[in-house]
Every structure is written in structure tokens, then in C-alpha cells.
Design a protein around this ligand. Structure first.
Ligand SMILES: Nc1ncnc2c1ncn2[C@@H]1O[C@H](COP(=O)(O)OP(=O)(O)OP(=O)(O)O)[C@@H](O)[C@H]1O
Ligand SMILES: C[C@@](O)(CCOP(=O)(O)OP(=O)(O)O)CC(=O)O
Length: 393
């Protein structure tokens, strides 16, 4: 008689926000990128996906419940992840016949994101990283995070960077089968633990052009994009790795802001043009620039203390170091006090600052932020996926 034992494994997985952006596919089917990218993994104390993978001989069909709602998992991307994971399990089962035949059972996946899904907060990155990690744990696969990144990449490109903590690069690779298109750790979180991120949520609504569709249009129509892929990104990847290794915030900040602007310029150069940043985003840029130039004037030397970056949406992510919390987060708190997100341990310790020197001539930007930002999220660099015994099913 078949046993109806239920097997399960659960994990938490983080969001990552790139500072050298992935934009463009050279092979849409295998989800292979046109350029390498580099991101910061954010702390799971603030933003995370929690996923349980379970199976038993009586599980009727493969399913995924996300935030309480049934999801369609028949898409090629999710299917590619499930197929590869099952194949790895099958290899284990054929080399050790005493193992239960989990590869033949259907999977029940239950997942919860503690942040808005599909709002440009990298939910697909944390979501697919959690899905792959939870199933790999359920199947007891002896694969490294880099090996798992090859699988997660097929679900969503940016997901491959959420399988590791700290500072993570995704090497674009050159092999036609995608075998060398994987993520690797540039430095663990503790190497530069002082990194903080303030997220200004300018819209929690679903975006009108998905990343997947947008980047395809850019590849097909932007001539600026060719230069980005051939020259701009390869140079910046090297410089950004060095900035992280040397904990050089000035270089990290300048490269982040330039790369975000270059990516959004390519979006504007797309036919028809794609607009992810909005008026609120531009107000955030203006304020960051003002904070940096005020700091430089005061200190008498070059040195950015904050860096903005924008993904495929209007939300600003502002990176800064803990030592500059008052000068950066404190200034934003002075403007955005009363908005959701400042309460709690991280936000509570930030003192509101009204720096007339920085804010002089910034009335339009200040008003724009007050009007356009709905909530803030304060976080910092964090670790990779964490196994948990807290199961969702
Ligand atoms: N926890 C999860 N488990 C599995 N899949 C998820 C999970 N969360 C999100 N997804 C998938 O990711 C999709 C959202 O991805 P999308 O790229 O549109 O938005 P985003 O990731 O928030 O933004 P971006 O990647 O542009 O920063 C969801 O519709 C769902 O298919
Ligand atoms: C702007 C970005 O956030 C784009 C992310 O794109 P996705 O990883 O969501 O795209 P797909 O591979 O098509 O799922 C930049 C980045 O995270 O590097």
C-alpha cells in the first residue's frame, strides 16, 4: 500500500535591487541576458517571501497558492524550474533506490510575500528564488546556490541573484545552453554590513509594461542599448565589483546612479518609449543630488553619501551608509513624516532633520515627494535564503 506521508520544506528568500541593471535577453526561451548585472540582497527582516513546498502520493496536481490566491503555473518559466528540479531528484533516486520517489509526486506550493506583488519591488526575484530553494530542500538536492541560480534564472532572471546574500553578480555567460549564465557572491553581507536602503514607494500598482515585455522591445528598437551592452556595462561591472571589494561608497554611488539613468535612457529610446520613472521619481533624484552636493560643499571634498536607483517602476531605492543615516534618511523623514513605514525599530531610530542648506530651492521636489510617496521601507543589506520549520501547508 502506498504511504501517504507528507514531505515538506520551507524557506524565506530575500529581495535584491540591482545597481548594475539586467535589461535585455539574448535568448528569451532560456532567459539568457544580454549583459551581466550586480545587486544588493536586502534584509529579510523587512522584505521577504516565505514559501513551503510539499508533496505526498495523494497530492492531486501541481499547484501554487500566492498570498491566498491560486496561481497559474502552466507557464513555460515555472514549468522549466519544476522540470529541472524533478530531474535532479530523479537522478538522486536512481542512484539510491531506498529514497522515497518524490520526483513522481505532485507538488503543492504555498507562498506569501510581505510586500506588494508585481509593483516593481522585485517580487518575482524573491518569489522564484524561494520556490527553487524550497523545492531543492524538499528534494534534498546537493546543489550549491550558484548551481540553483541556473534553475531560478529560468523563472525570472533577477531571481538568480536572490539565492545568495550580500553583493551578488549574475555573469551573463557565453554558452548557448546557458550553463555558464549563473550568479555568484561578490562579497557576503558582513563584508559591508553598513549598507542601508530607503525605498520610497511611489506606486504599489501593477506596472503597465512588464519587465519581460519591456526589455524585449528595448533589444528590438533601441540603438543606445547596443552601446550599453557592448561598452557601458562591461566596464561598469568591473568597476562596481572593485567598489564593493574596497567598500568605496563614492564609486558605488556614482556607478549606481549612472547605471540607473543609462537603463532608463534606453527605456526612453525604445520604440514606443517606455516610462517607468515618473514625476515623483524625478523629485527623489533631485533631492539625492542636492544631499550629495550639499555634503560635498560642506566637507570640501568629492564624495556622494547617497545613491538612487530605479527598477522597472517609479519607486526609488536610495542606498547610503549607516554613518550617514541622519543626513540621508533623516532628511527624507523630515519631509515624509506621517507616511507609513517610519514606525518600528529601524524607522524609529532615524531622527527627522530639516536641513535648510539642502532644501533651499527644493520646494517643488519636496512637494512632489509629499504628494507622490505613499509609504517608505527602511532596510539594509542582508543574507541569502533561510530554511525555516514554519510551514504554510
Ligand atoms: N512568492 C512568489 N512565488 C512564486 N511566484 C511569484 C511570487 N511572487 C511573485 N511571483 C511571480 O512574479 C510575478 C510578478 O513579477 P513582475 O516581474 O511582474 O513584478 P516584480 O517582480 O514585482 O517587479 P520587477 O521584477 O520588475 O522588479 C507574479 O505575477 C508571480 O507570477
Ligand atoms: C529592471 C530590473 O529589475 C529587471 C528585472 O527583470 P526580471 O528579472 O523581472 O525579468 P524576467 O527575467 O523577464 O523575469 C533590473 C534588475 O533587477 O537587474
Amino acid at each position: 500500500m502506498a504511504s501517504d506521508e507528507v514531505y515538506r520544506a520551507s524557506t524565506y528568500a530575500p529581495v535584491n535591487i540591482a545597481v548594475i541593471k539586467y535589461w535585455g535577453k539574448r535568448d528569451p526561451k532560456l532567459n539568457l541576458p544580454t549583459n551581466s548585472s550586480l545587486s544588493v540582497t536586502l534584509s529579510q527582516d523587512d522584505l521577504r517571501t516565505h514559501t513551503t513546498a510539499s508533496c505526498s502520493s495523494s497530492t492531486p496536481h501541481d499547484s501554487l497558492i500566492l498570498n491566498g490566491h491560486d496561481q497559474d503555473i502552466s507557464g513555460a518559466r515555472t514549468q522549466a524550474c519544476l522540470h529541472d528540479l524533478r530531474q535532479h531528484r530523479q537522478q538522486l533516486e536512481s542512484s539510491d533506490p531506498s529514497l522515497p520517489k518524490l520526483s513522481t509526486m505532485k507538488l503543492k506550493l504555498v507562498s506569501e510575500n510581505n510586500f506588494p506583488t508585481a509593483a516593481g519591488l522585485a517580487s518575482s526575484a524573491a518569489g522564484f528564488a524561494a520556490l527553487v530553494r524550497a523545492i531543492a530542500d524538499l528534494y534534498a538536492l546537493p546543489l550549491t546556490p550558484t548551481q540553483l541560480s541556473r534553475i531560478a534564472r529560468q523563472g525570472s532572471g533577477s531571481a538568480c541573484r536572490s539565492l545568495m546574500g550580500g553583493y551578488v553578480a549574475w555573469e551573463k555567460g557565453t554558452a548557448a545552453d546557458g550553463s555558464d549564465s549563473v550568479a555568484y557572491e561578490v562579497a557576503p553581507a558582513h563584508h559591508w554590513l553598513e549598507m542601508r536602503a530607503l525605498i520610497l514607494v511611489a506606486s504599489a500598482a501593477k506596472k503597465d509594461v512588464s519587465s519581460t515585455a519591456g526589455m524585449q522591445q528595448t533589444v528590438a528598437s533601441s540603438s543606445l542599448f547596443e552601446k550599453r551592452v557592448d561598452e557601458v556595462v562591461p566596464k561598469r561591472m568591473k568597476a562596481m565589483e572593485k567598489a564593493v571589494q574596497e567598500r568605496d561608497f563614492e564609486a558605488f554611488a556614482r556607478l549606481s546612479m549612472k547605471d540607473s539613468n543609462n537603463f532608463h535612457a534606453c527605456c526612453l529610446d525604445t520604440d514606443p518609449p517606455i516610462f517607468y520613472m515618473n514625476d515623483t521619481s524625478r523629485c527623489a533624484v533631485r533631492l539625492c543630488e542636492a544631499i550629495n552636493s550639499h555634503h560635498e560643499t560642506q566637507s570640501g571634498k568629492a564624495g556622494a553619501i547617497c545613491a538612487y536607483t530605479f527598477d522597472a517602476g517609479p519607486n526609488a531605492v536610495v542606498y547610503y551608509l549607516a554613518d550617514n543615516e541622519q543626513a540621508v534618511a533623516g532628511l527624507f523623514k523630515g519631509i515624509l513624516q506621517g507616511k507609513e513605514g517610519w514606525e518600528g525599530k529601524r524607522g524609529g531610530s532615524v531622527k527627522e532633520k530639516e536641513d535648510r542648506g539642502v532644501l533651499e530651492g527644493m520646494e517643488v521636489a519636496v512637494e512632489g515627494l509629499k504628494k507622490g510617496v505613499s509609504r517608505i521601507i527602511l532596510t539594509g543589506v542582508g543574507d541569502g535564503p533561510q530554511k525555516t520549520e514554519e510551514h504554510l501547508c
